[in-house]
Design a protein around this ligand. Structure first.
Ligand code: HEC
Ligand code: HEC
Length: 336
């Protein structure tokens, strides 16, 4: 009799510990999907060099890139505001209001398409848009070339970065692209947890991660270490004149679809979404918890998870663990 009870107890214990191990294994596999890469990729046609980085950084912060010499890239993409500008929508030359919110420039070395609608494929080609757009820097390209050519320090810096190639839109944009690829969110508590430090985040944040990857279904779109699938989705914000990706793809499936933003360093990046229409993270969570507009183009991945207040708090606690230890740090040049 006693041995029979013992046998059952042993079987139960074995079963329980096997299940626990299976849970541990699936959590480990899930965590592995969020592991940070060790190096930053640069393309073969514009490999990294410290000279290009230094030149790109200088250009990025130089207001001479705008027509009236009053706006630099950093005016709308400032490190202190998470490489955004803290405004609902961007304000360019002559106080022109842009129709969209300035996106954060972190971790774009891994991005497969740029801008909220993905209409440009590379960082090199993207630079032309803000430089010349009337509601951004409104620059005349020849004038910019002359201005930079008149500055001996720039002439020397271009020569060091791109020997014999001179100052052109190609070298200007290649250098700025090299600098931008190095804008990588520094490690955050979440990364320490993924790397194995169980004490790096709270139990509430761990519950939030389980919701994010489970019931709330956020990782259907916010996947991988950058927390984006690089995809385009209609998440049901109120309709406007801006039809998103549809505007250039003319594919009905792209109506109201915008790029999935990464979710690192959200603390500094309010307001949120392509139109800056959601002021706080709680507003964003309320949106994804069912506060969106159903319509034919709405992504089938959008759920009504009906999360309770405690669950929303847990999701918030998880999102907070994505804030880098040192904030949105300015990158530094690395040795060749
Ligand atoms: C007046 C504000 C403003 C200025 C100045 C500005 N940008 Fe932007 N930037 C924006 C806005 C707004 C968008 C989104 C536009 C869109 O999606 O159509 C954007 C998008 C981007 C993106 C795409 C990011 C992504 O996640 O897809 C990059 C890269 C970028 N800008 C880099 C730059 C660089 C480099 C400069 C300087 C040459 C610059 N920006 C100047 C407002 C600005
Ligand atoms: C169907 C894909 C999809 C799902 C599911 C999804 N998101 Fe998003 N998320 C997006 C897209 C696309 C945007 C930008 C939409 C826009 O601006 O029009 C976005 C924007 C955000 C933003 C604002 C970021 C910024 O830079 O403005 C946050 C925060 C966010 N999502 C968190 C979440 C959370 C938390 C969940 C789960 C409760 C979730 N998302 C579910 C696709 C998705």
């Amino acid at each position: 009799m006693i041995t029979a009870v013992l046998r059952i107890a042993l079987a139960l214990w074995l079963c329980h510990s096997l299940m626990a191990r299976a849970d541990d294994d699936s959590l480990a596999a899930l965590k592995a999907q969020f592991q940070r890469p060790a190096t930053v990729p640069h393309p073969d046609n514009n490999p990294y060099s410290p000279a290009k980085f230094a030149l790109g950084q200088r250009l990025f912060f130089d207001p001479r890139l705008s027509r009236d010499n009053d706006i630099s890239c950093a005016s709308c993409h400032a490190p202190a505001t998470g490489w955004e500008d803290g405004r609902q929508r961007a304000v360019g030359s002559d106080a022109q209001i842009h129709e969209r919110h300035s996106p954060a420039l972190e971790n774009l070395a891994w991005a497969s398409a740029l801008l909220w609608d993905g209409r440009t494929p590379t960082l090199e080609s993207q630079v032309w848009f803000p430089l010349t757009a009337h509601d951004e820097m409104a620059q005349d390209v020849r004038e910019l070339q002359e201005e930079l050519q008149a500055d001996a320090a720039y002439v020397a810096a271009f020569d060091a970065a791109y020997p014999g190639k001179g100052i052109s839109l190609i070298t200007v944009s290649a250098a700025i692209a090299t600098f931008q690829r190095e804008i990588v969110s520094p490690p955050a508590p979440f990364d320490h947890w993924v790397a194995g430090d169980e004490t790096a985040i709270s139990d509430e944040a761990k519950q939030g991660f389980a919701l994010f990857t489970g019931k709330a279904g956020c990782n259907a779109c916010h996947s991988g270490w950058r927390l984006t699938d690089d995809g385009f989705h209609d998440t049901g914000l109120p309709a406007s004149d801006d039809s998103g990706r549809y505007r250039f793809s003319r594919d009905d499936g792209d109506r109201n679809a915008f790029k999935t933003p990464g979710l690192r360093n959200l603390a500094r990046r309010a307001p949120y979404m392509h139109d800056g229409s959601l002021a706080t993270l709680d507003d964003v969570l309320a949106h994804f918890n069912g506060g969106f507009t159903p319509r034919p183009s709405l992504s089938p991945k959008m759920r009504h998870p009906a999360l309770a207040d405690g669950e929303l708090n847990a999701l918030r606690a998880f999102l907070d663990t994505l804030n880098s230890d040192g904030g949105s740090a300015l990158p530094t040049a690395r040795p060749d």
